[in-house]
Write a protein that binds this ligand. Structure first.
Ligand SMILES: NCc1[nH]cc(CCC(=O)O)c1CC(=O)O
Length: 310
């Protein structure tokens, strides 16, 4: 940070803007004198809306332009959905803060049906997440999954148009956009294990920018950071992010962490699972342990198939 204005790089989608405004409001609460500005931009991920993300070069599509902005000194922090943040950072940048997690569960959204269980045979469900597709197909092989891209509002309008019987979105996004009433069911992690980092917002900045790091550190939430550390360690070892059929979810009970992980084929026919419990100070090692157990069960072949498809 070079002036007394802190600039936040953000995507232009309503959810991204909400998250940036949230960080701005919390920073101004803590530092009433601080001026905070948003630098909003469209990213490649926002522009390519017609292909499954796994097939358009995947990782980091929503993040790279924001990082460029930090490296060029056009902004001081970038606010991200942790689910979309790649495992590795460009030289000079790092994640300095993880804010308290919102509800990490997937949400079942429908105008006609109250829950996943109520969907009739052959119902059409919209999602663009292979992770969601795989778990849906596993429990309900009769469902027809159709691709659904775009920001949260676009996805909801496609549902309202009658193109789908139901769609699956992140609960956190709907809550943040004050659309709680659109959530018919919050799907339990037993039925749909969330993506690593889902529901958590992270703040990236230049690692040598001590002034900024000092200003934002009060937003850090240690319990969330521990959970997300375990989840991301698993994802990193599997070299996967939000665009591959990988799920992982960590919960804390006092100083104990319970981490569940899953890799599955998009059709739900193969699903590998592993879980561990351990001390939360070993979060990262536990994440790697789950990943290695999944690899030992054959996870790599499933992931290779996904990358090779088409
Ligand atoms: N991949 C897009 C994305 N990234 C983060 C969220 C939701 C908010 C969050 O997980 O924090 C969403 C939308 C969705 O999955 O419905």
């Amino acid at each position: 940070m070079t002036s007394n204005i802190l600039r936040i790089a953000t995507r232009k989608s309503p959810l991204a803007l909400w998250q940036a405004e949230y960080v701005k409001a919390r920073l101004q609460d803590i530092h009433p004198e601080l001026e905070v500005e948003l630098v909003a931009m469209s990213t490649r991920g926002d522009k390519i809306l017609d292909a499954p993300l796994a097939k358009v070069g995947g990782k980091g599509l929503f993040v790279k332009e924001l990082e460029r902005c930090l490296l060029d000194g056009e902004a001081d922090i970038a606010v991200h959905s942790m689910k979309d943040v790649p495992m590795e950072f460009p030289e000079g940048l790092g994640l300095s803060v993880i804010c308290e997690r919102e509800d990490p569960r997937d949400a079942f959204v429908s105008n006609s049906f109250a829950s996943l269980n109520d969907l009739p045979n052959g119902a059409v469900v919209g999602t663009s997440s292979l992770r969601r597709q795989c778990q849906l197909m596993k429990s309900r092989p009769d469902l027809e999954i159709r691709w659904l891209r775009g920001n949260v509002q676009t996805r909801l309008s496609k549902l309202d148009d009658g193109q789908y019987d139901a769609i699956i979105l992140a609960t956190a996004g709907l809550l943040r956009l004050e659309m709680k009433d659109r959530i018919a069911e919050r799907i339990s992690p037993e039925k749909s294990l969330p993506a690593g980092g889902q529901g958590a917002v992270g703040i990236e900045c230049r690692v040598d920018d001590e002034k900024t790091i000092e200003l934002i550190k009060a937003l850090h939430h240690e319990a969330t950071a521990t959970r997300v550390l375990a989840e991301r360690a698993m994802n990193r070892r599997l070299e996967g992010g939000c665009q591959v059929p990988i799920a992982c979810y960590a919960e804390l009970q006092e100083d104990q962490i319970w981490l569940r992980g899953l890799v599955g084929s998009p059709d739900g026919k193969t699903m590998l699972r592993h879980e561990v419990r351990g001390n939360s100070s070993d979060a990262e090692a536990l994440g790697i342990e789950v990943a290695e157990a999944l690899l030992a069960q054959g996870a790599q072949a499933i992931l290779d198939d996904v990358y090779d498809a088409e």
